[in-house]
Design a protein around this ligand. Structure first.
Ligand SMILES: [Mg+2]
Length: 346
């Protein structure tokens, strides 16, 4: 697999200098994410278009659809209504389809099982998870040649992806439940051979892991800080929103003063990989997601068109709010509307 030279150069430069110039503080998450600048909120609101003529403005101008998963294809473990039929129609229309998710708790193989379990016929090579993106980053930066190992805060997905490419690692689920000795003279003894810390969503985050990551990044010369994603909230149950990987990354950012290299959305790695591997023209790609600050921004930052669906975390009210500065090209209730014109309600 190959990343584009540009992406690698950018990442390598970011890694070396730890620069935060390409990042600004997101108003909600307070983490560094790359934002599109804008002139005024009133003009942005006027530019938000409901998808009322999908055939003309979307289907005729798009060869490739990149779908976020949670909130677009499924919610938690439930398939969103009409999705199998819509994906079939897209394939029948000759569209290429990819699935890109910031959730790092599963590997690509793990996601393939999830698609299979939901009765969706999806090929493994059509799935891009941020766990895969982390592994691809290490492969392309030839991390293995450094002789170092990776420290993982995160779940099994990252471990499985690093196993696939033979990059040595420690941590992950092995550090669940660890408690630091904080008595007199107590300390966490970290591994001086750790050359990178990866932080992905971890339902078993603990203070030992934070301290170990802090020591690796602050005390091991050149140790990289990599985030699979910066999502503020995520879906664990349908009862409420839950703290996302932004909270884990924020903990490490807070004790190191470092900005991470983000390999998931809205960073460019996954789209660069897809564009490079399949020789696709960016203007003919449409990113479809339910989040403004990851999915839509991912599309905008990378020269793609974007559609926001209201089947996930973003409400129409939030989209049209004066406080929102991220504007998709179009929005609709769900991807079912790609074939059935939505009633104009905005
Ligand atoms: Mg989503």
């Amino acid at each position: 697999m190959k990343w584009t030279t540009l992406a690698l150069t950018t990442l390598a430069a970011a890694s070396r200098s730890r620069t935060a110039q390409a990042f600004v503080t997101h108003p909600k998450t307070s983490f560094g994410v790359r934002m599109m600048t804008s002139s005024s909120s009133s003009s942005l609101r006027a530019n938000v278009n409901r998808l009322t003529e999908p055939s003309k403005v979307l289907m005729d101008t798009t060869d490739v659809f990149i779908f976020d998963c949670d909130g677009v294809i499924w919610r938690g473990d439930s398939l969103i209504e009409g999705i199998p039929e819509t994906l079939e129609k897209l394939r029948d229309a000759g569209k290429k389809i990819f699935f890109v998710t910031n959730n790092s708790t599963k590997s690509r193989a793990g996601y393939k099982k999830k698609f299979d379990g939901l009765g969706l016929d999806v090929k493994a090579e059509e799935i891009f998870s941020s766990s895969f993106a982390a592994a691809a980053y290490f492969e392309q930066t030839k991390f293995k040649d450094s002789g170092k190992k990776v420290y993982i805060i995160g779940e099994i997905g990252i471990c499985e992806e690093l196993d696939m490419i033979g990059v040595p690692y420690i941590g992950g689920p092995d550090d669940n439940g660890k408690v630091a000795d904080m008595g007199p003279g107590g300390k966490v003894v970290h591994d001086h051979d750790v050359g990178a810390v990866v932080v992905g969503f971890d339902r078993n985050m603990n203070y030992w892991k934070i301290q170990n990551a802090q020591l690796c990044i602050n005390e091991n010369p050149g140790c990289e800080f990599i985030a699979t994603n910066l999502d503020a909230v995520t879906h664990l149950t349908d009862a409420q929103e839950w703290a996302g990987n932004g909270s884990m990354v924020g903990a490490i950012k807070g004790c190191t003063g470092q900005d991470p290299i983000v390999v998931g959305k809205p960073g460019p790695l996954m789209i660069d990989y897809i564009v490079d591997k399949y020789s696709i023209e960016r203007a003919r790609i449409c990113m479809v997601g339910d989040r403004l600050d990851t999915d839509v921004l991912f599309g905008q930052n990378n020269g793609l068109r974007s559609v926001l669906v209201l089947s996930g975390v973003t409400s129409e009210e939030k989209l049209l709010s004066k406080d929102n500065e991220i504007t998709p090209d179009y929005y609709c209730d769900s991807i079912v509307d790609f074939f059935v014109p939505a009633s104009v309600s905005a």
